[in-house]
Design a protein around this ligand. Structure first.
Ligand SMILES: Nc1ncnc2c1ncn2[C@@H]1O[C@H](COP(=O)(O)OP(=O)(O)OP(=O)(O)O)[C@@H](O)[C@H]1O
Length: 263
């Protein structure tokens, strides 16, 4: 298995502070990673490096075999699917759901062609169907609910047939039903052997879909644990990462975590 992502001693320093502090981490082909950590820990910063939008201050980042700094990022970016708020904010609110997904095939955010290739439209329709968005094809992106927007963004991220899929808090802001629906869909994607390698940022172990294989925990820019979910997603590691006593439990293929009551 080759490395999809390899960070060696990566730091990102802003205003004299290390937002990411000497992180070494590798993602191998086919792995599905969850990044967990408290607010401000550096999760999105890591994802921004993985998507080639942010370069390390020190250390080396190699994405899909190409080292950041010695590769044309415009050739690299179509190979990486990104779904998150930063991308969603760039998309025109007046564009339809179908157009929002289709424009990704051309590496754009806005509609400009009169006609798209039939093959692209078929792909967009198939991804939207898989994400449960078939009934919303002509709806304006800006009128979607949070959950509908998240599902559209994942369909969009899949359009370029990426080798690496990055999801930044895909379940944030969803109600219980919306979260569970998304977790089921992510679980199906995570288990699909033809799906890309995946990295998902989340705040909650409840959002880890079955099929996610690895977890990285980060606190104040430093990795506190990284490895297979079965061995690393422990009460001890989670407590250390979030800075308070937590009990993590596995029920079937899902996870829950609770703080211990105050005495
Ligand atoms: N350009 C910047 N200049 C200075 N500090 C920054 C900059 N960008 C981010 N930060 C800080 O870096 C830290 C890490 O931010 P990051 O967004 O990676 O955290 P996160 O783990 O994704 O947090 P959250 O869970 O709240 O989304 C935060 O304290 C943030 O305020």
């Amino acid at each position: 298995m080759s490395d999809v992502l390899e960070l060696v001693d990566v730091s990102v320093v802003r205003e004299g502070r290390a937002l990411v502090d000497e992180v070494s981490w590798s993602v191998k082909e086919g792995e599905r990673w969850v990044i967990l950590g408290p607010n401000g820990a550096g999760k999105t910063t890591l994802l921004n490096i993985a998507s080639s939008y942010l370069f390390p201050t020190t250390g080396t980042a190699t994405i899909l075999g190409d080292r950041l700094g010695s590769v044309d990022v415009f050739e690299l970016r179509p190979r990486i699917g990104v779904a998150g708020m930063a991308v969603a904010e760039k998309l025109p609110r007046g564009q339809t759901v179908l157009e929002t997904v289709l424009t990704a095939a051309y590496g754009m955010t806005a509609h400009w062609r009169e006609r798209y290739e039939a093959v692209d439209e078929e792909r967009a329709l198939a991804f939207l169907d898989r994400l449960g968005m078939s009934e919303f094809l002509e709806r304006r992106f800006g009128t979607l609910s949070e959950g509908e927007r998240k599902r559209t963004m994942i369909a969009r991220a899949m359009m370029t047939d990426p080798e690496l899929l990055l999801l930044d808090e895909p379940a944030a802001g969803l109600d219980l039903g919306g979260r569970e629906d998304l977790v089921r869909r992510l679980g199906r994607l995570a288990r699909d052997p033809f799906a890309p390698s995946m990295v998902m940022v989340t705040h909650h172990v409840e959002e880890i879909a079955p099929g996610f294989s690895h977890v990285l925990m980060i606190r104040q820019g430093k990795v506190t644990a990284a490895g297979p979910v079965e061995t690393e997603l422990t009460s001890r590691n989670l407590s250390h990462c979030f800075g308070l006593p937590l009990v993590v439990e596995q029920r079937g293929e899902r996870w829950t975590a609770q703080g211990l009551p105050l005495r």
